[in-house]
Ligand binder design. Structure first.
Ligand SMILES: CC(C)(COP(=O)(O)OP(=O)(O)OC[C@H]1O[C@@H](n2cnc3c(N)ncnc32)[C@H](O)[C@@H]1OP(=O)(O)O)[C@@H](O)C(=O)NCCC(=O)NCCS
Length: 165
């Protein structure tokens, strides 16, 4: 099969998805429930993967989900997601979440995570996806770093498999 031409990061990126936190979004510590944030991250990363691949995609794994700071009742969460790199059927999507006090315009970086999605064909089998055209310096850095994370994932999987045999 002929691989389709590389697609720019901007053609699938989500730059400014907002979610206003209300009291029913809070945990027992009165900060925004982390599972809610994870769920929104997964959804927007899914949309990025489906825009990029043009295929149905599933979440294969999540790496390095770091909760750097809590978000508070009444803050506005701002979600940003972009594709970093693709391989055969898999894609790494980076997600960043900011908490904004919308009254004074102050922002804090609260979450970063890397999701791996796999594109599926009509038979639900992994299928090839377009390469990423990394253009800006930041996109080029993310493209390079994604390969380092993938190699670490594969190395860990191999070592765990070997340790069990
Ligand atoms: C993800 C899934 C499709 C992979 O299928 P598989 O038969 O294991 O496929 P393969 O071993 O041929 O791997 C296919 C690709 O998935 C990647 N992959 C598989 N497991 C992975 C994992 N745990 N983390 C990251 N990537 C993974 C492989 O590296 C490979 O990437 P490549 O094609 O770019 O080289 C399958 O494991 C699955 O359906 N998982 C359940 C997904 C799900 O239900 N998600 C939650 C709801 S959306």
């Amino acid at each position: 099969m002929i691989k389709t031409s590389p697609k720019p990061v901007s053609s699938s990126a989500i730059d400014n998805h907002v979610y206003k936190a209300f009291p029913n979004d809070l945990n027992a510590h009165h900060t925004v429930f982390g599972g809610l944030v994870m769920s929104i991250c997964d959804r927007i990363a899914l949309v990025v993967s489906e825009r990029h691949s043009g295929k149905t995609c599933v979440t294969a794994s999540v790496d390095s989900m770091h909760f750097r700071a809590p978000a508070k009742d009444g803050e506005t969460l701002i979600f940003k997601a972009a594709i970093n790199r693709t391989w055969n059927s898999s894609m790494e999507i980076g997600v960043k979440v900011l908490a904004e006090n919308s009254f004074i315009g102050e922002e804090r970086h609260i979450v970063s995570a890397y999701f791996t999605f796999v594109a599926l064909d009509e038979s639900h089998r992994p299928t090839e996806v377009p390469d990423v055209l990394a253009e800006s310096n930041e996109e080029i850095r993310r493209y390079a770093e994604a390969e380092i994370r993938r190699n670490a994932r594969l190395r860990t999987r191999k070592e765990l498999k070997e340790s069990r045999t």
